[in-house]
Design a protein. Structure first.
Length: 127
């Protein structure tokens, strides 16, 4: 997470989410409605009109946990299907189809969803 210091009252601002402008504005507005002061800024290396304009939502350091919880809950409200998927995964079921898979399964035997990504399989070989 990125931190910046404001000269007004020395508030430490922490980046809690990065994404496109519309989604970050929606999240910043939601946080403000919940009483969590927030702001937006362009992501490092971005300038208006370039790089797809990635933005960052910032909150005061003291509000990071509350902001993360609010963002997670809001995301589950916007995408309710994710709540069920998370509950299934917590019960050792496939998050896509709900089939019992156990803790060590790498792939769902019912729908074929890859459950564990082995980073070693996807690393490029050193030249």
């Amino acid at each position: 997470m990125e931190t910046t210091s404001s000269e007004e009252g020395q508030v430490e601002w922490v980046a809690v989410k990065e994404g496109d402008q519309d989604w970050m504005k929606e999240l910043a507005d939601m946080l403000t409605e919940k009483g969590i002061a927030s702001g937006m800024t362009l992501a490092p290396g971005c300038s208006a009109g370039t790089c797809g304009c990635r933005f960052i939502v910032l909150v005061a350091e003291k509000d990071v946990q509350a902001a993360q919880e609010s963002i997670d809950e809001y995301y589950m409200t916007v995408h309710p299907e994710l709540r069920e998927s998370k509950e299934w995964a917590d019960q050792d079921k496939c998050p896509a189809c709900g089939h019992d898979v156990g803790k060590d399964a790498k792939e769902c035997p019912d729908c074929g969803l890859l459950l564990i990504i082995d980073a070693g399989e996807y690393q490029e070989e050193d030249e």
